[in-house]
Design a protein around this ligand. Structure first.
Ligand code: GLA
Length: 734
């Protein structure tokens, strides 16, 4: 069977090479197939996306009733549907008639890329529709490359990365809405007729509001372990738009994803290549959980840096001291995190500014020089202290931004984003502005911020890269009047160029993508980064919901999750330290607190938690497979998930109470991801109860744990434990 399909592929390649037409193009992952029909001189037709199928079945797709829809809908000759691409030609003609011209394929490292070249039947206008797959992943990456050789620029009004028809039925869509401190809230709803648009137009960041990922559940209400699902993630750092349009006269919902073209039409010069961002899609018939694991594996292997390394346990200074950065406090925080077993200290905002010291959020951005009033020993002094305490050192920057009160803005007012004839418009602190990264001189400035720090102080191990303002006052003082609509796109090209330069020179430094919390959780920005700050909201209870939504597409290794003080600084809620620790340990563990204000008991508890995290569960959480067991969004009073090592010899189970009512009945949670035929010994981590749990040290078969689970006591028998019970169990195969 395998042999036969290899022969067919070979035959198809020979046909392609011989310039005859290849009829069916297969884009396969190990367990899914996307089949498109590419007949020379005809429209490119989407026939199938689903479970991997044989060549024989692929050949009969049309007979079976495949819709045969235009696989990259072009606007003009048939203008009724939602187009993936719409242009105005140099002569004013608004139509496209794209037909298949060629099919080719190439190897890229471990990946296969198939390219279908579409050419307009009249104009010298070309779109390459590209698909990339690799044998190790269940993800298809699709994007387009647009070019022409008309006499003058062609105006691109629509330029989606990809199109996918979704057969109508009991289809549900899951999406992730949010806002500052409430990111990634899961919303699942049936897909009905009409348009559903998910978008973000922040300009700079794009993930605080709706996220650029969706899941289609094709068999009704989304389920973790069953049902056919398609996941889609637009990998782009700027404004995006995901559209689902249910056509009234056909059996299909039409899904389009790409850069949001609103106020972003693009004048494409002759011979210039316009490459749209990657749309990553994945299909499985095993439900949401399997879909997430596919995205996690692909994300870890291809889209997030340094995932082969385990992440350090860190203390970040923000909630501990805010802007009150001072040498003795930095020293004390380093000593404290070291004494609790942490490995890295990160100095947040407030360390810079000479003429305009960064004592608050109203000035200083742009002037990345140490404030020696606060830090007389400068960065060398801090690095000395870090060395002395045996921790690594990291630093916060926000290099895309500037305040009115800054030497940079005094010298270069022309570097900020601003429309002519309009007053300045400010963001944070009512004085912040965005630097215009479409301008190569600004790109140099941003590069130099990092370059200077890392050249002078190569010991800096970690950078927290923040971005706290959207584009306002749409206008570039650099771009020509004709190309003002390029600003949103050129900003992100400038950012990408700058990050490329940084990564070429500094491949090893760990960089966190932060943007007012989780506003840069996106696979379009992550390729230059190691992790993201999941949310400015560090309240453990709300974090369960935020991290749950984030986990649909992003793996725990990238999800920074910190233990913070009570009452929580965002919600005012007080929860016991065990609960806060147990939530933070389900991601990339860190602390966001002034340790000086903790009691000795609390420090001891954290010391134990950090020790257990590092010695027992860090590789399972950071490299393992996620199984979501009980969703907080189901409002059953508790939430639960677990990670299992790829070999299934180790797993860690998390359970948190999310509601606390007297005599409430909480569901018993079945485990998942274990080997049914192995036996696992159970031991509780972060135990605070005086008496161990009944199953402590006992062994159970994977089958029993997955069929029945263990009964979780819903409260703690311990001092200082409030109603917010939680459990972390380590399962070790015997
Ligand atoms: C943003 C970040 C915070 C912190 C502050 C500093 O809000 O999300 O974590 O770094 O900026 O000003």
């Amino acid at each position: 069977m395998k042999m036969k399909s290899k022969l067919t592929i070979l035959l198809a390649f020979l046909l392609i090479a011989g310039n005859a037409f290849a009829e069916l193009v297969r884009v396969d992952t190990p367990s899914s197939s996307l089949i498109i029909q590419a007949d020379k001189g005809k429209k490119l037709r989407h026939l199938y996306y689903g479970t991997r199928i044989s060549d024989a079945d692929a050949a009969n797709l049309k007979a079976a009733g495949a819709a045969s829809l235009n696989a990259y809908p072009d606007y003009g000759v048939d203008p009724s549907g939602e187009p993936a691409i719409a242009v105005v030609h140099a002569d004013g003609n608004m139509t496209l008639d794209l037909v298949v011209d060629a099919v080719s394929s190439r190897k890229e490292d471990n990946a296969d890329v198939k390219v279908i070249t579409l050419r307009d039947s009249h104009y010298p206008f070309t779109v390459d529709v590209c698909y990339r797959t690799s044998p190790a992943h269940e993800i298809i990456e699709t994007w387009t490359e647009i070019s022409h050789s008309e006499k003058k620029p062609v105006r691109l009004n629509r330029f989606a990365s990809g199109y996918l028809p979704i057969r109508c039925g009991n289809v549900w869509i899951s999406s992730f809405y949010g806002s500052w401190a409430n990111e990634a809230q899961v919303e699942a709803e049936p897909l009905t007729h009409g348009m559903k648009v998910i978008k973000d137009r922040d300009g700079v960041r794009n993930a605080a509001s709706a996220r650029s990922e969706v899941v289609f559940s094709l068999d009704g209400r989304p389920a973790e372990n069953s049902g056919r699902v398609i996941g889609a993630a637009l990998c782009y750092s700027g404004n995006y738009r995901l559209v689902v349009d249910a056509s009234p006269d056909k059996n299909y919902h039409h899904f389009l994803a790409g850069i949001d073209e609103t106020q972003s039409s693009y004048n494409l010069r002759p011979k210039e290549l316009f490459t749209t961002p990657v749309l990553a899609i994945s299909y499985t018939d095993k439900g949401l959980g399997e879909l997430s694991r596919s995205f996690h594996r692909w994300g870890r292997d291809t889209r997030i840096l340094h995932t082969d390394r385990l992440r350090d346990v860190l203390l970040n200074s923000w909630e501990g001291v805010y802007f009150n950065i001072k040498e003795p406090e930095m020293d004390q925080m380093m000593a404290d995190i070291a004494s609790m077993g942490g490995e890295l200290f990160v100095m947040d905002d407030g360390w810079f500014g000479v003429k305009y010291p960064r004592d608050h959020d109203r000035q200083g951005l742009g002037d990345w020089t140490v404030d020696t009033r606060k830090l007389p020993g400068g960065i060398p002094g801090l690095l000395d202290a870090a060395r002395r305490h045996g921790v690594k050192f990291g630093i916060w920057i926000e290099p895309e931004m500037v305040n009115v009160g800054s030497e940079l803005y005094e010298k270069h007012p022309e570097y900020v984003i601003k429309a002519p004839n309009r007053d300045l418009t400010y963001g944070r602190g009512k004085t912040q502005m965005v630097l215009d990264l479409s301008n190569p001189k600004v790109q140099d400035i941003v590069f130099t911020v990092v370059d200077t720090l890392l050249t002078k102080y190569p010991e800096i191990a970690y950078i927290k890269w923040d971005a706290n303002m959207p584009v306002r006052n749409h206008g570039s003082q650099y771009l020509s009047a004709d190309n003002q609509s390029h600003l949103f796109i050129d900003y992100h090209r400038g950012l990408a160029k700058t990050l490329d330069r940084i990564r070429d020179k500094y491949p090893d430094v760990i960089i966190q993508a932060c943007a007012s919390g989780g506003a840069r959780v996106n696979y379009g920005i992550l390729p230059w980064f190691d992790e993201f700050w999941t949310s400015d909201n560090t309240d453990a209870l709300q974090r369960i919901y935020i991290q749950w939504g984030t986990s649909y597409f992003y793996p725990a290794i990238a999800m920074a999750s910190h233990i913070s003080a009570v009452p929580n600084h965002q919600t005012g809620r007080t929860m016991n330290l065990k609960f806060r620790t147990d939530v933070a340990m389900s991601g990339r563990l860190g602390m966001e607190i002034q340790p000086r204000n903790m009691t000795e008991d609390e420090r001891q508890q954290c010391r134990r938690a950090i020790e257990e995290y590092k010695s027992k569960i860090r590789p399972i959480v950071q490299h393992g497979d996620l199984y979501r067991l009980l969703s907080p969004y189901d409002r059953m009073g508790a939430a639960s998930l677990m990670y299992a090592s790829p070999e299934k010899d180790q797993a860690v189970f998390f359970w948190w109470k999310t509601e606390s009512f007297c005599h409430k009945q909480y569901p018993r949670v079945k485990m998942a991801g274990l080997d049914p035929d192995r036996t696992y010994k159970v031991s509780e981590m972060n135990r605070i109860d005086a008496v161990p749990l009944a199953f402590e040290g006992k062994s159970f078969s994977g089958r029993y744990l997955m069929d029945n689970g263990l009964e979780m006591p819903v409260s703690h028998n311990a001092p200082n434990a409030d109603e917010w019970a939680s459990r972390v169990l380590l399962l070790s195969a015997e």
